[in-house]
Design a protein around this ligand. Structure first.
Ligand SMILES: *Cc1c(COP(=O)(O)O)cnc(C)c1O
Length: 395
């Protein structure tokens, strides 16, 4: 029997995942115990009155939104954050009842109708958009006021009303009869930095708005500011909800935050050896012969490539794990396949499982390792795995 066989059913509802037996050349394993462990670790550093919003946008950072959402809610998260209306609808269609905040901007009548119909909670970013919401809901005679989340720009320069105009904006939203303010929030630009100056300035602006609202007799029902980095770095940033993405998936937003709690990576990427052969010295490997064997070499082909989310820029730079050992990748990574030098493990068999990201014995390769090599961030690596790879849940 080959080791590391996927143990349970495919979890995503993508059409091509309906045929897992056709696509077992490569897959993504989602460790639900690690996911649940991370949620509990995060809850352990929150005060009892702070709630955990698991951010499951972008198909739960490539992990599969529905399975992740169900698991994190079962483990103690109380909110879900998505980027778009369809992401929210996907969760509702799967029977998920928890409150869902749409972090992105929504403007059109169709979006607003869908938000109302599926009981999603939008982010309000400007007076103009708030009026469109109010008018659209009035036109469909929406019965109960829609819970909305007022977004302030305190220094990220992305979505939201500038903090200087925040009090006026909140007062406007309060006056609109079809809307009820569920929370006021902002987003930090530099929470992962070693230097807290900018983050502190953003928090001060946020606090200033809250103080101003209180002098106007407005008590904000719920406040939130923290992403993963802020949640791990400073309890004073937690407020009523923390919005955590990356840390839920078991990765640290910065090296200096590794000591705060123990987290376990949830995602592993695996593929099978599809052919093994011996090539003589001087043989070129893959497109453009970017690798030439200097000695006789045992070569293994595996069925995963850049169309699955293995970045082509890792060609000749990455390693994989087989039988707990590190093995170098050689030649250009192609669309659906890549090659390995398995000379150190000459009896590797066709059909054997290779770990591209994950742990085998004492060896571990993480999304952060790839990100460091590619000069990017682990968030982008996780979101890069395509739906051609079935997501397989393991306990
Ligand atoms: C994506 C996102 C988060 C989560 O960020 P992480 O760094 O992955 O924890 C939180 N808040 C907002 C507004 C986001 O867009």
């Amino acid at each position: 029997m080959l080791s590391h066989e996927p143990k349970s059913s495919v979890t995503s509802d993508q059409q091509w995942d309906t045929y897992p037996w056709l696509s077992q050349r490569a897959w993504v394993e989602i460790n639900l115990s690690a996911l649940s462990y991370n949620v509990k670790q995060l809850l352990s550093i929150l005060s009892p009155q702070t709630q955990l919003m698991a951010v499951v946008k972008a198909d739960a950072y490539g992990h599969g939104a529905v399975t992740v959402a169900q698991t994190v809610l079962d483990s103690g998260a109380s909110w879900l954050g998505v980027a778009t209306v369809p992401e929210g609808i996907q969760l509702r269609k799967a029977g998920i009842k928890a409150p869902i905040l749409i972090l992105g901007a929504t403007h059109t009548r169709e979006q607003i109708h869908a938000i109302a119909q599926w009981k999603l909670q939008p982010t309000l970013i400007s007076p103009k958009q708030a009026l469109v919401f109010s008018n659209t809901l009035e036109a469909i005679n929406y019965k109960t006021p829609l819970p909305v989340h007022v977004k302030l720009d305190t220094g990220m320069s992305r979505l939201g009303t500038n903090w200087q105009e925040a009090a006026e904006f909140v007062q406007l939203v309060q006056r609109l009869p079809d809307l009820t303010i569920a929370s006021i929030y902002s987003h930090l630009a530099t929470a992962d930095s070693l230097d807290p100056t900018t983050m502190k300035q953003q928090q001060q602006r946020f606090e200033q708005v809250i103080a101003q609202l209180r002098t106007l007799g407005i008590e904000p029902p719920c406040l939130h500011l923290a992403n993963s980095a802020a949640t791990l770095s400073d309890k004073a940033l937690h407020y009523d909800i923390v919005r955590v993405g990356l840390a839920v998936y078991g990765l640290y937003p910065a090296d200096h935050l590794c000591l705060s709690i123990d987290l376990k990576p949830v995602l592993q990427v695996k593929a099978r050896v599809t052919q093994v052969k011996t090539i003589p010295p001087g043989t070129g490997v893959s497109y453009s012969h970017q690798f030439i064997a200097s000695d006789e070499l045992r070569l293994a082909v595996i069925g995963i490539g850049y169309a699955d989310g293995v970045p082509r820029n890792l060609s000749n730079k990455m390693q994989v794990l087989i039988r707990g050992q590190r093995v170098p990748q050689i030649g250009t990574i192609t669309m659906d396949q890549l090659m390995l030098d398995v000379s150190a493990l000459p009896d590797v068999q066709e059909g054997e499982v290779v770990t591209l990201l994950g742990t085998e014995g004492k060896e571990q390769i993480t999304a952060e390792d790839w990100a460091n090599q590619l000069n990017t961030i682990s968030w982008e690596i996780l979101c890069g795995f395509k739906h051609r790879l079935p997501r397989v849940a393991v306990a």
